[in-house]
Design a protein around this ligand. Structure first.
Ligand code: ZN
Length: 507
């Protein structure tokens, strides 16, 4: 009777001894970060004799970055947290995480494999409630991408014959900042396209590093498109531009409190060794020729992936169109990224993109790409961000780079319209769509023809895709009987009235 429903609540003050030998919090490890922890409550809950659970709750404050000595108006961030709790087994633990977001963050029993808290374990923003199965658990905002992981991958990548690794500078705490130069050196550099990718100026932005790692893996892979990309381009990759910040578990700053993302227009005396190293490397690789693309990899709190597209007002209409094309090519059927997720801002010299714009203008498509921490496309019912789906997004990014550069590959090649026949063709409105080259054409009569030609195409069967509605739409299959000239004629009706570019993919 009473015993059966008895809930035995023992306030902490009445108890002593081992049962409240409390949970121990620590963050003294790589990327660890934790502010003040307060015990809120500790209660024994007994369903029946011999079945007693300790319910224990804490307020966990996320740690703020040091005060920013340069941009003094900036409030330090406390986004990142990554701490360890010992002594949690079979206890019902409640955490109220402050100063940051806790939307289905991650936990791990070994610090290696991480799992997202379920919706029921994270019933409301900031609150975690879970009975842990093991005595030690790690809690983090996102699956940590540590400095050790970075070094491990650097070693692996450096062993690849297409990679040259060099140190471009050192951080304030004397950690190396490494750059990989990826290309197939059998082919002359003269006409190669140039791509620059850097990441992790903001240490909390773990998803950006998982995305960048997978993108680098694709670039170095054996797939034919990667081989063709390396033959036709040079890719410079600086995966970790703020190693101190990552190592020390900071959120948006270096160990000295500086947000290096926004100091590109400062004199050297007011910026940081990390920015100086990056500027020097960029000056070096662009001394003869500008880059075609610069990608600055970040993560954002918005629940979507997005590019920060620079407005035409702050750049040019043509530059806006080039950005919109890269963005459209990254969407790949909108599986993780859509038009609705694009974000727009004015180019500004304090960012790397602005620094590049001031030097090279339209020649270099310099842009920031953001990955979310939570879910994609503003849809909590859809997929939540994971290391696995960041790899898939990296695959979309890989093909976007490839297609944007119009790599003349053996297996995948884009052909722009060479000639138009018929009187109905006119230049399409630029505002209505994204397009390759300088323009695209529309023909409402449906009688016109567009001719696509390539001097050299190896024999085989190809699927033909039309760039329509800002994406590749499968249109035809063709057989190229022998190596050599390839000509494809399409009626405007088949192209749905718009001639721009086609994509051939070898089967
Ligand atoms: Zn960022």
């Amino acid at each position: 009777m009473i015993k059966g429903i008895l809930t035995l609540l023992l306030p902490i003050l009445l108890c002593s001894g081992d049962i409240f030998a409390q949970i121990r919090f620590s963050s003294g490890f790589e990327s660890g970060s934790l502010g003040e922890v307060k015990l809120i409550d500790s209660v024994l809950f007994s369903k029946r004799a011999g079945d007693t659970t300790l319910h224990i709750s804490y307020q966990v404050n996320s740690r703020f970055d040091p005060f920013n000595p340069i941009d003094t108006a900036l409030r330090p961030s406390a986004r990142w947290y990554y701490f360890r709790m010992d002594g949690v087994k079979d206890k019902m633990v409640y955490l109220e995480i402050k100063n940051t977001e806790a939307l289905r963050p991650f936990y791990s029993y070994d610090g290696v494999s991480f799992f997202r808290f379920t919706k029921s374990e994270n019933p409301e923003k900031g609150l975690i409630a879970k009975r842990f199965e093991k005595d030690t658990v790690y809690i983090s905002h996102f699956w940590p991408y540590t400095y050790s992981r970075h070094i491990m991958k650097l070693e692996e990548w450096s062993a690849n014959k297409f990679v040259k690794r060099e140190e471009i500078g050192r951080s304030s705490n004397n950690l190396p900042i490494d750059m990989l130069t990826v290309t197939d050196t059998i082919f002359s550099d003269e006409n190669k396209k140039r791509v620059w990718i850097h990441g992790r100026s903001h240490p909390s932005e773990q998803p950006a590093s998982w995305h960048l790692e997978a993108l680098t893996d694709y670039i170095l892979s054996d797939r034919p498109e990667a081989q063709d990309l390396r033959k036709n381009s040079i890719i410079y990759i600086v995966p970790f531009i703020n190693p101190d910040g990552v190592y020390g578990g900071y959120s948006r700053s270096t160990s000295t409190g500086v947000n290096i993302e926004i100091n590109w227009d400062r004199p050297d005396s007011m910026t940081m060794p990390e920015v100086k190293a990056l500027k020097a490397a960029l000056e070096n690789v662009t001394s003869k020729k500008p880059l075609d693309i610069l990608l600055n990899m970040h993560s954002q709190i918005a629940n979507s992936a997005s590019y920060w597209i620079h407005t035409a007002e702050s750049t040019t209409e043509r530059f806006l169109d080039r950005q919109l094309l890269l963005s459209a090519l990254t969407m790949d059927d909108r599986r993780y990224y859509r038009e609705e997720d694009e974000q727009f801002s004015a180019v500004a010299s304090r960012y790397a993109e602005g620094w590049i714009w001031d030097r090279f203008g339209e020649n270099t498509l310099a842009i920031t790409f953001e990955t979310p921490y939570t879910f994609y496309k503003e849809n909590p019912e859809g997929e939540w961000v994971s290391v696995d789906n960041l790899k898939e997004l990296a695959e979309d990014t890989f093909y976007a780079i490839y297609d944007y550069l119009m790599i003349p590959g053996e297996r995948r090649v884009i052909i722009e319209t060479e000639r138009l026949k018929g009187r109905g063709w006119k230049v399409g409105e630029r505002k209505e769509r994204r397009y390759f080259g300088d323009d695209y054409h529309i023909d409402e009569s449906g009688n016109g023809k567009a001719i696509f030609r390539l001097d050299n195409l190896t024999s085989g069967e190809y699927k033909v895709y039309n760039f329509k509605s800002n994406k590749w739409v499968e249109m035809d299959i063709v057989l190229q009987k022998r190596d050599g000239r390839f000509v494809y004629k399409a009626k405007s009706a088949q192209l749905e009235g718009e001639a721009d570019a086609i994509l051939l993919i070898k089967q």
